[in-house]
Each structure stands twice: as C-alpha cells, then as structure tokens.
Write a protein that binds this ligand. Structure first.
Ligand code: GLU
Length: 609
C-alpha cells in the first residue's frame, strides 16, 4: 500500500557508489551509535492520497509527512535516540524530500515534554532589523499584490528552525548532533525518488521556474516537473548539511552559507529584500512557557503568541463547552449540521479576536496584560452567548473585549497562508514532542540557495514575512497589532499540541497540521473527535473538514451529505465546497502502548516499535 519499503537494496549508480565510498570513514567509526540504513523506494505503488491504516506500536513512534522522513526518525529512535534527536533527523530529511513545505530556510514551533515539564521552543522567523510597516506597500501606499510580495526577497524572514532544533537538542538530545544529519546527507548525495506530492506541487507551481537555481534543478529542459520516482540527488544540500553537522547552526547563520543566503535575498531581480548578515548572525531561538488550558478532563498545551493557534483553538473549544449539550454531535458517523453550525460560529468569534489582538508579544501587549484573559471562562461564556440558531453571517462577528486595552487595535484583513509540515514523536525515554515547521507558502519565497557551493540543488528560503499584515492600520487609522516592525515575528496559525490527563498528568496525545489559518480548525476538530467523541487518531483526523475564517464557509469536497450543506445554508452560512488539504499527524498513548494516525490527504506515515 505504501510506496516505501523499510529494507531492500538501493539501486546503485556511479554517483551512489562514489558517495557511499566518501561516507565510509564515518560508517567505520567504532563509537558510532547510529548506523543509518538507506531505505529502498518503490515509486510504482505511489499515490498521493492513500488509505492509511493507523499504526499501533509499543514503545516509541514517529509521525511525519513523508515516508523517508518518518523512516529517518524511526531509525534514530530505534538506535536509542530521544524524541528531539529524531526530530532533527526528520527535519533535515524533510528539507530534502518535502522542500515545498519546510526546511532549514524556514521557521518552526516545537512543544517538548521531558516527562515532567512542557517547554515551548520558538524558531519563528524574524523581520530584518531595517524594515518597517511600509515593507509590503507600493509607492502609492497601497498593499502589494499578495503573490508578488511572496515571490520576492521582501518576504524572506531570518530562518529559525535550525537554531531552535540546536537549542532543544542541547537540552534534550542524546545522540551526537552530527550523526543526526546522516540520513539527509546520504539521501541528498545518493538520491531519493521524487514523491507524487512533490511532483504535483512542482507541476502546479509557476513562479519557482523563474528562480535560476530551482528552475533548472526541479524541472527538465522542456519545463516539465521532475516525474514521480525520478532519482534526485541534491549535492549542494548535502554539502550544506555536512557543514551544519560539523559546525552547528552557525554554519547557516555566519560564513559562506549565510553570505550566499543574504546575496540571494538582496539580489532578487525584481524585489530585493533587506536581510543582512547581522540579522542572520544575531538570530536566537526562544524558550517560552507553553500555554496550557484545562478542557474537559484534559490539560491541552500549545504555543503562545506569536502563534494564534492555541488561543484560537481553545477559544473555540471553550465556547462550545458553554453551549447546551447536544444529544449527538454525530450523524451517520459525521459531524452533524447542528455541531458544525456551533463550531463554525465559534470559529467566527474566535477569528475576530485573533485578527484584532494576537501578534508578537515582544511588540504587542496581551489584552488585559495576559493572554489568559482571552480564555477566561467568564469571557468565553459572554462570547458563546452570541451563538444562536442563525449564523452571525459572513464578516459580521465582532471581536470582544477580553481585557482593558491601552491601544484600540485595528482588525487585520484575512490573507492567504499555505504550506507547512507537522511532526509528532514519542520516544521510549519518556519524552514527547509536537513540532510544526514551515517555509510558509508552497516553495516559500521561490528562492533557492546553494550555500555558495556552486553545486546543483540547495534549499528554499521562506516567505514568512507575508504572515504580517500588509496594511499597517485599518480604515479608521488604528494600528494593526500584526503590522510589520523590525525584528518582529509574524503571527502564525501553527498549532503543535500536547495533551495531558488533568488528574494524573500523563501524556495523552501529540498532534498538529499544516494548512494555513485552517490549521486551527483541523486541530480543534481532531481534538474534539479524539477526546470528546472517543475516535482513534486515524478516524479522528480523517473526518471531513469545515472551515470559516469569519466569512464564507468551506466544506471539504465530497465530505458531507447535501442535507448538511442545506441545513447550514438555511442557518445563514454562505457555503461552498473546496479541497481542504490538511496534513494532520497524531500520536495517542493507549492502554496497550501507542497509536498513530497520519492524514490520508498527504503522504505522511507513522513508524515505531
Ligand atoms: N505560515 C503559516 C503560519 O505560520 C503556516 C502556513 C501553512 O501552514 O500553510 O501560520
């Protein structure tokens, strides 16, 4: 069923042979704890949307968006590595095999649990030190066209994923940093088969072809996207990863690789950006207290601002909890129209607050001086009173006032977001993590960097700065909390989540998803389905999606019966269908061990023992 097999012989080419010979000295080191085995790939059985069985394991498990990445994490865990060890290996392989979604050129949020304490590690990109709120405005002061801004040097933030992983690895790693790069280096140098999803993303993509490096690396001379199963080597990335393996994150943030990154941003042919060597060198990962919220018999922990994920999810779940209990939230095993109506109304109200209040806390004060005001039961009770039989309607949900405010923030208009990857890992040492990682849009800023190696390939730079509001103020002249400011982190929707039992404190689940602002709906509904409706992780994440950011409602194509759509329309929702391509991964602790689910809408799989 899967296009990945865990053992077998790789296909040998001259390049493969040379690369293997070059890696022999490492492989022979006597003290090496982690001996990576190249997996074989069978692209013939590939399919980008497959049935996923759900996976039961006993001691450890890893869930990631690509089978090669999952396998790298699995091999690290099997060799006795910790969850963070595995996450480093997974992320490096994702940089190579799922370059459209995440990588060393991007940012991430990591929720880590060491058996006692939950810590939130922040690797969100920052705006360069010299930009201001006019970054995405044209000469007339009008916002730039969104995709024009995305595919440019303007949108590139200082990457943070590597520094964040390094910090977390320093604190919770067990295997040596350098060894964790072996899977990605070998796959980069020996080649990996282009997956169906990578092929499809390349085929749909227009702007990446214009990049001088990516245009020749990912496309044939005739301009065709590399076919499924094409064995792709990425020697530039292999060389970059060798440097990072040896020198740590400094290899990306200073020196030749940093100079190349800055050069590419500053020399973008149409819209150069302002990112400097100083911006790169001064980047530091953050260590934050997580936001943990009591809900039902659970304690749900997520990332604080600049992510809007946890606050918005928990506002939605908190409002739903205030409403009279439904006889059955499910109809024929699908969320009923009545439950969907409530869920969507709660989303309208929560997104109204999100769009007004949530931004980088180093620049913006929380309402009432504390983000907890947004989740106070009394406040959510008031908000839930606005949920009636009829929908508030498109664009009509107003933000509330959770605390006394000094500044009357303007409301940020909705902007598109897409891309990203989620990793969930539980190891056998009592650690668990949930990490959501992104370069923002599919293929980020459409700028590839080769680290100055001059070799084919490289890695992609993020466009995370387009997660800021393009307009710095609303029509009434009120500043928008999430406007661009120097050194600031853009607001995110990423929602890596760890769930604990409220009484025992035991770990219950790790989950998250890509999907732009809809990450919030995907994660919220999966939490309800697993924890409230008692579905297993696989069944929970497979339920069809329903999304509104405050305006129209989107139901997943073919997901719900016509009667559900009609019932929602009758309550005043403006309903249409569209593909809603979540990439949920979820691991659950069960009485027998662990159980994992991976989203059939993408290529993710779970492995463990
Ligand atoms: N850049 C988005 C964020 O941080 C995520 C994009 C996506 O998941 O599609 O919220």
């Amino acid at each position: 069923m899967h296009w990945f097999l865990s053992s077998g012989s790789p296909r040998w080419s001259l390049g493969t042979l040379i690369a293997v010979l070059l890696t022999v000295p490492t492989a022979l080191q006597a003290e090496q704890a982690f001996d990576y085995q190249m997996p074989a790939i069978d692209p013939e059985t590939a399919s980008s949307v497959e049935e996923k069985p759900g996976w039961s394991t006993e001691r450890f498990a890893v869930a990631a968006a690509n089978p090669l990445a999952t396998d790298a994490g699995y091999q690290v865990l099997k060799a006795g590595g910790t969850a963070i060890d595995a996450a480093v290996a997974v992320q490096m392989v994702l940089t190579l095999v799922e370059p459209q979604s995440s990588g060393i050129g991007g940012g991430a949020f990591l929720m880590h649990y060491d058996g006692e304490e939950v810590v939130a590690y922040g690797g969100r990109e920052t705006a360069p030190g010299s930009v201001d709120e006019t970054l995405f405005l044209d000469e007339e002061g009008e916002p730039l066209d969104f995709m024009t801004a995305v595919a440019s040097g303007l949108s590139v933030g200082v990457p943070g994923t590597l520094r964040m992983l390094e910090r977390a690895h320093d604190e919770h790693g067990q295997l040596p940093w350098a060894e964790l790069f072996t899977p990605a280096i070998r796959l980069a140098e020996e080649g990996f088969a282009v997956s169906p999803r990578l092929h499809a993303s390349l085929a749909e993509e227009e702007r990446l072809r214009d990049d001088p490096l990516a245009g020749v690396f990912y496309y044939t001379e005739d301009g065709e996207a590399l076919p499924v199963g094409h064995e792709l080597q990425n020697p530039a990335l292999g060389a970059i990863l060798r440097d990072i393996a040896e020198q740590g994150s400094s290899a990306l943030h200073t020196g030749a690789i940093a100079e190349d990154l800055v050069f590419r941003v500053q020399n973008h042919p149409e819209r150069p950006g302002a990112l400097t060597l100083e911006d790169l060198a001064s980047y530091a990962a953050q260590v934050r207290d997580p936001l943990c919220t009591e809900w039902r018999s659970y304690r749900v922990c997520g990332f604080p601002p600049p992510s809007s994920g946890h606050l918005t999810i928990m506002q939605m779940l908190g409002m739903l909890e205030q409403l009279p209990v439904l006889d059955s939230p499910l109809a024929n095993d699908l969320p009923s129209a009545e439950w969907l109506h409530r869920f969507l109304e709660a989303a309208r109200l929560a997104f109204a607050d999100r769009n007004k209040y949530i931004a980088d806390p180093e620049y913006v004060e929380a309402p009432g001086g504390d983000w907890a005001t947004m989740l106070a039961p009394g406040y959510l009770e008031l908000r839930a009173e606005r949920i009636g039989e009829e929908s508030l309607g498109s664009g009509s949900a107003e933000p509330g006032n959770p605390g006394a405010l000094d500044t009357a923030w303007g409301i940020q208009p909705t902007q598109p977001e897409a891309g990203t990857s989620h990793i969930s890992i539980i190891d056998e040492h009592g650690n668990a993590l949930a990490m959501t990682t992104t370069i923002e849009q599919g293929f980020g800023a459409r700028i590839m960097a080769d680290g100055g190696t001059g070799m084919p390939g490289g890695y992609l730079l993020n466009n995370e700065l387009t997660d800021f509001s393009f307009t710095p103020e609303d029509e009434a002249g009120n500043p928008i909390a999430n406007r661009v400011e120097a050194g600031k982190r853009p607001r995110s929707s990423m929602s890596p989540t760890l769930v604990f039992d409220r009484d025992s404190g035991d770990l219950v689940a790790s989950l998250g998803s890509p999907g732009g602002a809809a990450i919030i709906h995907y994660t919220a509904k999966t939490l309800v389905a697993m924890l409230d409706w008692g579905l297993d992780a696989q069944a929970a994440l497979e339920l069809p999606h329903a999304v509104t950011l405050g305006g129209p409602v989107f139901l997943e194509t073919g997901g719900f019966p016509a009667a559900t759509r009609e019932a929602l329309s009758a309550r005043g929702h403006e309903v249409s269908e569209r593909e809603l391509v979540s990439g949920l991964q979820a691991l659950q602790v069960t009485e027998e061990g662990l159980y994992g689910g991976a989203d059939p809408r993408r290529e993710g799989v779970v492995r463990g023992e």
